[in-house]
Write a protein that binds this ligand. Structure first.
Ligand code: GLA
Length: 451
C-alpha cells in the first residue's frame, strides 16, 4: 500500500466519524553550510531531504483542534482554537500545531476560529538537526490553511508563509531564524538553496552529480525543546548583546544616527561595509577575547541589570566573561564561507566546497561552541573514511554531521564509518530514526498538498 493510502486508512481508524481527509506533507532538511547565521540576517545553504512529515486532516466547525500521531511516542492532544492559544508545557508536541494555528490566525484574523482533526506520520529522525520540528509546523500550517478556507499561492505566498512561520515558531520557546521554514517551503528536487533573510530571498543552486552529501548521526540526541533549548537560545541571546555593542561602536565610528537591527545590516543598507571593514569594526568593538557583564554595561552606558532585562535574561555568565569576540568572528567568517560555498557548487568544485565545510566545523566548535566530543570525533572519522569535507549540521550539540563524499566511494565510506565510529559506540541509533544513521541525502520536493 502506498504511503497516502496507509495514512488515509489510519486517519479513519483514529477519527472514524470523519470522511475523506485532505493530505499534505513537508520535508526535513540538511544544512550544507551557514550555521547560526540566519537569525543574524546572514545567509545559509541548506537542501531539502526526501524524508518528510505527512498529515491527513479534516476541518471541523467547532473550534476544536485534535492532533494524533501514528507514532506511539506522541500522545493524542487537543486544544481549543481562539485569539490567544496558551502554550502547553515546553516540549509538548502539540505546541508545534498551536504555533502554526496561532501564526495563521494573526495573519488572517478569522471571525470564527475553525477546528481541525490531524493525523501525523513521518520519517524524519527527530532531535537530530534535520528539522523535523519545523517540518511539523509547516505541515500543520498547510492543513490549517484549508480549515481557514485559504489557498497557498493566491492567499499567501510561499515566501510570506515561510517568513511568518519562522517568527511563529518562536511560540514553542526556541528563538530560531528562518532557514528551516524557508528551505522546507521553497527548496526542491536536485537543488540546494542559498537563502538570504530580511527580506527573504531564495536562490536555487544545482547539486553535484558526482558527489553526495551524506548524513551521519553522532548518536547524541539534541532536543531543541529539551535541555538543548537553553544552549540553542544562548546563540540568539548573545547575538543580541553583540549587536548592541557593535551598534554602539558603529555610532562612535560613523555617527550617532547609525542603527543596526541585526548584524547582517552591516553589509547592507546605508552602511554597506566590506568584509574587511566589518572585521575591523569587530576588532574595535571586542578588544579582548572575553567581556564580563560589568564591562559590557560600561561600554553601553547601562546598568548590568538593564543588560539582563533587555537582552540576556537569566543566561549564566561564564567565569571570566562571555566569549563575544569569538562568536562575532564565527559570524563574519561563516558569512564569507556561505558565499564561497555557493560559488564552489556553481563552479562544480568539490575540493573547495569540502575545505569550506571543514573550516565551518572548526569555527562552529571553537568559536561558536555548538559542537560536542562525539561530533568532533565523527567528523575526523568521516574525513579519514573519504569525505572531502565534514561538519556538524543544524543547531548543534549532537545530531547529524553532513559529509561531502564522491558518489562512487559511498559504499566504501559507509563501511568504514560503520567500523570506525558506530561499532565503537555504546549507544544504539535512536529507535525512531529507522536506523538511518548513515544516509545519502536526496533533495525532495518542497512542502505541499498530496492531491
Ligand atoms: C535551528 C534553527 C535555525 C538555525 C539552525 C542553526 O535549526 O531552527 O533557524 O538557526 O538551528 O543554523
Amino acid at each position: 500500500m502506498d504511503k497516502r493510502a496507509a495514512l488515509v486508512r489510519e486517519f479513519r481508524n483514529h477519527f472514524p466519524e470523519r470522511g475523506d481527509p485532505g493530505l499534505c506533507r513537508a520535508p526535513g532538511r540538511i544544512n550544507l553550510i551557514g550555521e547560526h547565521t540566519d537569525y543574524n540576517g546572514l545567509p545559509v545553504l541548506p537542501m531539502t531531504l526526501d524524508r518528510e512529515i505527512r498529515i491527513a486532516f479534516a476541518p471541523r466547525d467547532d473550534g476544536l483542534v485534535r492532533m494524533h500521531s501514528v507514532l506511539p511516542a506522541y500522545r493524542p492532544a487537543e486544544f481549543r482554537n481562539g485569539p490567544d492559544i496558551p502554550p502547553s508545557p515546553t516540549g509538548a508536541w502539540e505546541n508545534y500545531g498551536k504555533a502554526a494555528v496561532q501564526c495563521l490566525n494573526r495573519r488572517f484574523q478569522p471571525r470564527q476560529f475553525p477546528g481541525l482533526d490531524m493525523l501525523v506520520d513521518g520519517d524524519i529522525p527527530s532531535a537530530a538537526g534535520l528539522s523535523s520540528s519545523s517540518a511539523l509546523v509547516v505541515a500543520c500550517a498547510l492543513a490549517y490553511l484549508r480549515a481557514l478556507g485559504k489557498r497557498l499561492g493566491p492567499d499567501i505566498s510561499r515566501l510570506e508563509l515561510a517568513a511568518r512561520l519562522a517568527e511563529g515558531e518562536h511560540y514553542v520557546g526556541t528563538q530560531g531564524g528562518g532557514m528551516d521554514q524557508a528551505i522546507i517551503l521553497l527548496g526542491g528536487e536536485g537543488v540546494a538553496c542559498k537563502i538570504d533573510f530580511f527580506p527573504l530571498r531564495v536562490e536555487p543552486v544545482p547539486l553535484p552529480d558526482d558527489h553526495v552529501f551524506v548524513g551521519c548521526h553522532s548518536l547524541v540526541q539534541a532536543r531543541k525543546t529539551g535541555e538543548a533549548l537553553h544552549r540553542y537560545n544562548a546563540g540568539p541571546v548573545l547575538c543580541r548583546l553583540i549587536r548592541a555593542l557593535v551598534e554602539r561602536q558603529a555610532q562612535r565610528d560613523f555617527g550617532e544616527e547609525v542603527t543596526i537591527d541585526r548584524l547582517g545590516d552591516l553589509w547592507q543598507g546605508h552602511l554597506c561595509l566590506t568584509d574587511a571593514e566589518v572585521e575591523s569594526l569587530f576588532e574595535r568593538t571586542f578588544a579582548t577575547e572575553t567581556l564580563t557583564l560589568e564591562e559590557a554595561a560600561r561600554a553601553l552606558d547601562l546598568e548590568p541589570s538593564e543588560i539582563r532585562r533587555r537582552w540576556l535574561g537569566d543566561l549564566r555568565e561564564p567565569e571570566g566573561g562571555f566569549r563575544l569576540r569569538a562568536r562575532a568572528r564565527h559570524l563574519l567568517t561563516e558569512n564569507r564561507r556561505v558565499e564561497h560555498a555557493r560559488d564552489a557548487l556553481l563552479a562544480r568544485d568539490p575540493e573547495s566546497f569540502g575545505a569550506l565545510m571543514d573550516e565551518s566545523h572548526r569555527s562552529c566548535a571553537d568559536d561558536y561552541e555548538i559542537s560536542c566530543p562525539e561530533l568532533d570525533t565523527l567528523v575526523e572519522v568521516t574525513r579519514r573514511a573519504g569525505a572531502r569535507g565534514a561538519r556538524l549540521t543544524g543547531a548543534g550539540f549532537g545530531g547529524y554531521t553532513v559529509n561531502l563524499v564522491p558518489r562512487a566511494r559511498y559504499e566504501e565510506f559507509a563501511r568504514r564509518v560503520e567500523e570506525e565510529y558506530y561499532c565503537l559506540q555504546r549507544s544504539e541509533p535512536p529507535s525512531d530514526n529507522g536506523r538511518l544513521h548513515i544516509f545519502a541525502a536526496r533533495a525532495g520536493a518542497a512542502a505541499g498538498y498530496m492531491e
